[in-house]
Design a protein around this ligand. Structure first.
Ligand code: HEC
Length: 174
């Protein structure tokens, strides 16, 4: 009897540990080096998408392109609309308020990227609003605003967005 209990406890413990490990193992580490020229990403409409894993990138592109509702982006996905802001997907438990998305405010120069602020409480200083407050209404689309997902609009039209992307100081000069 004792052996069975020991065995069961052991199995439960192994299972628990492997679950804990898998949650953490699949998370991504984000540093200043994670951000390079915005145009290194894959562009869909106004947004650049990245994921270091080609299969996950394919999945993220599919979700974004088709605006698939009630679908989570794969961990490690980086979304950027403008060079100085980004959203990075972690496991949901890490940032429960934003379903795992971490918001970034970046300082961009030819020398590279500096992280000004990160987390789920980042504020867009020029708009005076937290990233999450604007992206929240798009929760059904995993907090991706685009157009028509319910977010308050930003004061940049498509042409201005494109100009900002072209002007990214980190991109190699041709
Ligand atoms: C005033 C509301 C508002 C605020 C504040 C805001 N956003 Fe957004 N964001 C939007 C809208 C609207 C779009 C879609 C623009 C488009 O595609 O034309 C967008 C797009 C994005 C995208 C591209 C993916 C998507 O959701 O469409 C990223 C990445 C992003 N924002 C990050 C941030 C970060 C980081 C912050 C804070 C530093 C922030 N945003 C603050 C409204 C906002």
């Amino acid at each position: 009897m004792k052996t069975i209990t020991t065995l069961l406890t052991g199995t439960a413990l192994t299972l628990f540990l492997s679950m804990v490990c898998s949650v953490y193992a699949q998370d991504v580490t984000v540093s200043e080096k994670s951000f390079t020229c915005i145009r290194d990403g894959h562009k869909i409409r106004n947004t650049y998408i990245r994921n270091a894993d080609p299969e996950k990138l394919k999945e993220a592109v599919r979700i974004f392109k088709n605006s698939v509702p009630d679908k989570e982006y794969p961990v490690g996905t980086i979304l950027q609309l403008v060079p100085f802001e980004a959203m990075v997907k972690h496991p949901r438990e890490k940032f429960p308020k934003s379903n795992g998305w971490e918001f970034f405010a970046l300082e961009v120069s030819e020398a590279g990227t500096k992280i000004r602020d990160r987390g789920d409480n980042v504020v867009n200083l020029s708009l005076g609003a937290p990233c999450l407050s604007c992206h929240q209404p798009a929760a059904r689309f995993d907090f991706v605003c685009e157009k028509g997902h319910g977010c308050a609009p930003i004061p940049f039209d498509d042409q201005k967005i494109s100009e900002l992307q072209t002007a990214d100081a980190r991109c190699a000069k041709k």
